[in-house]
Design a protein around this ligand. Structure first.
Ligand code: P6P
Length: 333
């Protein structure tokens, strides 16, 4: 993996790093560049949402039963339009769409499958809290000259070849891994270019920061409740941080350390977050940064989904933090 100095553009990073992937041959680079293009479009729209009067719900409800914000629709369309034409993608599964979008023959299909949450945390839009796009990339398994199938999508997490997110906060940052390290690029909106700002992000082994919505504590596994309570004994100076936007909570933990949890509850044993376009990409990034991601029983990337919008409990961050939680959950005492 070549080393890159701060200020390297995302385009140059993509070109240099994708050359090393035997499956690439140009399509991989084009795919990532198209994701960056859509990211710039969404960033521009998010940053003027308040002015353009496009805040607020459309009144529609998506497959998750969540009120769809106008920016959700814009982001979903921006990423799908950027991916469907260049002949790099054969299928797109999106949090916003009940069924996957299989790229039609007339659009020149490609060898990659993209799993995407176009605008995660969108319930925070109206309060101007940080939101983000999360994506993961598989190589298709079926022959390229045939129509893609659901088996091209429902792959084990370990099969992912790239993952990342774009966080739309005080600045827009594109975080990506193609399996060799995690790197963050910050957008300079005056020139419309992403520049390397955080090369080779690494998670330390342990950090006394935890991130979970404790409003659901009464519904958790009692062993998890006991563990979280133990962090508050005042002896260990733990800090709690929770924004309620997965991209924002994970980005903070990636840069500064900490563990994020969205556990299952009695009412929703599989939790709230979706495996294909939230759990897998976040787990891919965490592991590429030296961290760990589990559903409480097994590594997230060892899982194979059986449906497109399958949910999963998620414990992700510094490896020792995750191991401590797993020990607490499986403590036989
Ligand atoms: P809760 C946002 O709606 C989201 O999908 C994730 O971004 C976030 O981590 C989670 O839900 C927050 O859920 O139940 O704590 O509001």
């Amino acid at each position: 993996m070549p080393q890159f100095e701060e200020g390297t553009t995302l385009d140059r990073f993509i070109f240099e790093t994708t050359k090393a992937h035997s499956h690439a041959q140009g399509q991989f680079a084009t795919l990532l560049q198209q994701l960056a293009l859509a990211a710039r479009l969404v960033s521009a729209r998010v940053n003027r949402a308040g002015l353009a009067g496009i805040l607020g719900a459309t009144g529609e409800v998506n497959v998750q039963g969540e009120f769809v914000q106008k920016l959700d629709i814009y982001a979903n369309e921006a990423f799908k339009r950027a991916l469907e034409h260049p002949g790099v993608c054969c299928a797109i599964v999106s949090e916003e769409d009940e069924e996957p979008f299989f790229v039609p023959e007339r659009f020149r299909s490609g060898r990659y499958v993209v799993c995407i949450d176009p605008l995660d945390g969108s319930s925070n839009i109206d309060v101007n809290a940080t939101i983000g796009t999360i994506f993961g990339v598989f190589r298709r398994k079926s022959p390229e000259e045939t129509p893609a199938t659901q088996d091209d999508i429902l792959q084990q997490g370990k099969e992912m070849v790239a993952a990342g997110y774009i966080i739309y906060g005080s600045g827009t940052v594109f975080v990506i891994s193609t399996g060799d390290g995690v790197h963050a690029f910050t957008l300079d909106p005056s020139v419309g270019e992403f520049f390397l700002s955080h090369p080779n992000i690494v998670l330390e082994d342990f950090k006394r920061v935890y991130s979970v919505n404790e409003g659901y504590a009464a519904q958790w596994d009692p062993k998890l409740r006991t563990y979280i309570e133990s962090l508050k004994d005042g002896q260990q100076s733990w800090r709690a941080r929770y924004i309620g936007s997965l991209v924002a909570d994970f980005h903070r933990n990636l840069l500064k350390g900490g563990v994020f949890m969205y556990p299952g509850t009695q009412k929703t044993p599989q939790g709230k977050l979706r495996l294909l376009y939230e759990g897998f990409p976040i787990a891919f990034l965490a592991e590429a940064a030296g961290g760990k991601a589990s559903d409480g029983t097994m590594d997230i990337l060892d899982k194979t989904p059986t449906s497109f919008h399958e949910r999963t409990p998620l414990f992700v961050g510094n490896s020792t933090n995750v191991d401590e939680i797993l020990s607490a959950l499986h403590n036989e005492s």
